[in-house]
Ligand binder design. Structure first.
Ligand code: SF4
Ligand code: SF4
Length: 114
């Protein structure tokens, strides 16, 4: 089981959740952050600090954002636009820093800032 970052994070990316994660499993793309589903220990520490309520336990993910569960995993396992090799299990976000790329789902989002 894992927590998932959904659509409201897109273009917000304030990183408040990153500071709370005891296992450093929240990775930064360009327009959103992604939780590694195998590294997350389900502690829930990130969920209440998100200013836009983008983080959900996977069983509580609203239906309209269900695809973000697969998409968070896809960020690590699939080739992405701008990256041919998957990350798989990098074992800590701080050491690799912002990755500067996103999944196709996030890339296709029209944006939600004025
Ligand atoms: S639930 Fe805990 S381990 Fe999982 S991403 Fe949030 S803070 Fe990190
Ligand atoms: S706290 Fe919420 S909006 Fe901020 S980076 Fe994390 S998931 Fe995104």
């Amino acid at each position: 089981m894992t927590y998932v970052i959904a659509e409201p994070c897109i273009d917000v990316v304030d990183r408040a959740c990153v500071d709370e994660c005891p296992v450093d499993c929240i990775y930064e793309g360009e327009r959103a952050l992604y939780i590694h589903p195998d590294e997350c220990i389900d502690c829930g520490a990130c969920e209440p600090v998100c200013p836009v309520q983008a983080i959900f336990y996977e069983d509580d993910l609203p239906d309209q954002w269900a695809e973000y569960q697969t998409d968070n995993a896809r960020f690590f396992t699939d080739p992405l636009p701008g990256r041919s090799n998957p990350l798989v299990s990098p074992g800590g976000a701080a050491k690799i820093g912002p990755l500067g790329i996103d999944t196709a789902l996030v890339n296709a989002h029209p944006g939600q800032l004025p």
